[in-house]
Design a protein around this ligand. Sequence first.
Ligand code: G16
Length: 543
Amino acid sequence: MIQTIFTQPFLDQQPGTSGLRKKVSVFQQSHYLENFVQSIFDSLKGFEGKTLVVGGDGRYYNRVAIQIILKMAAANGFGRVLVGHDGILSTPAASCIIRKNQAFGGIILSASHNIGGVKGDFGIKYNIGNGGPAPESVTEAIFAHSQTIHTYKILTAPDADLSKVGFSKLGDLAVEVIDSVNDYAQLLESLFDFDRIRELLTNGRFRLCIDSMHAVTGAYAHRLFEQRLGASLGTVQNGESLEDFGGGHPDPNLVYAHDLVARLFGDNAPDFGAAFDGDGDRNLILGRHFFVTPSDSLAVLAANATLVPAYRTGLAGIARSMPTSQAADRVAAHLGIDCYETPTGWKYFGNLLDDGKITLCGEESFGTGSNHIREKDGLWAALFWLNILAVRQQSIAEIVQEHWHTFGRNYYSRHDYENLESDRAHALMDNLHGILPTLKGKQFRSQQVSYCDDFTYTDPVDGSVSSHQGIRLGFTNGSRIIFRLSGTGTQGATLRVYLERYEQNAAYHQLDPQVALRDLIDIAEEVAQIRTFTSRATPTVVT
Ligand code: G16
């Protein structure tokens, strides 16, 4: 039976950089999830009888939420849902499945790299039929509906059995439980030279270490690296997916992926290490005693793309988010292709990919991807690197250093001040806004400001305008400092300070980035008065 339930709006259901993310306890309030799901459905038109893809990263509350969503999809008139086995789909796999089945859209349950468990975070986002995150026009409509909602529809029925691959029915809704890995693994296999990668991984010399951080990629990584590519058993560490990610923080950076970092920077280190986040779309790439920044990773992948079967004929263009370093721009210029600068958020790449303007895209926040799906893709990035290594037969450090030699090095770092009092973080940003008009032409230490603004993006495909996307301070020598507040946190506010300096001279390519960026770090403090506004002397996380 379809029931119409009366409810009242929650005023805090505005999607952030990537969907709605809140503490589990917030989602557990009566009607909270239901209101948001109904707001999604009420914002869409023409889905009656169509297919919806549903899955999540397996974090705590995934199972409960999926059953609610299935019953609401049934009550609202979807014809079919494709749902991952046990409710599990990595974000890239969900994107792949939406595209492959020409589904109307998908609902992905994840709070990405945020901590999980009962006391952790939960999240939900809607992806459109191209497989990518809903654009701002849709997320704004969802939020608007959530502010006036007074009823939602749900089917009264026993839970669907998601423990077996197969078909069942919920009312008139066909429920198809699919293998979480198959389609996605096949897609990746079609892009890369698996024979060559297998040769590399089984030559008895090359050593690989993959860290799934007890998050969703465990099953995917076991299947791809150990079963399909012949890497030895044990290559995938922390491969068992757990609802609380084993108590860890599934954010693949130098701080939170400490196990992997310790191995790759320890004695007798492996040749290659990669880690992925909660929902499998982020990646960390390490060589022996070598960290590849996400910005450099995008640039190196672009420069070497023709070594990989899927990109053999070249790239249409590249895009990077505004705070990502300009290393990729140099490669694009060299290749004679366009490079687009978008706001932070994968959703801004969708139109560029759909329109064929770009082939590769990436962000400083450990996200890299291509036109194969419409989400960033952690395992794809690791395989891309392995394909390059298999062809070039060089180490990661050699490849990156050669890259710097050819293109120059964009020293880069991000300083995060997490869990700040929201008012104080906003006061800091307001102050920056206030002084923006006075900064142009000013000299700070060795640097002169050539431009300063609050970044506005006009989508070249549909003309939509996104403003207030971060404060940029550009200097005459190409260095940049960017300030923005994170849109993915669930507690207080997080200030991100992005620092970039270009160095062409190879004699200066081996500096510690924190040393190379010292002047800019000091200027950021001087301009933004971080200590005064936040009472913090140092950042929480430096990557
Ligand atoms: C999300 C978005 C990314 C964005 C990142 C950081 O990643 O999909 O595009 O770069 O958040 O956003 P912020 O700086 O606002 O915290 P994920 O992996 O969390 O979905």
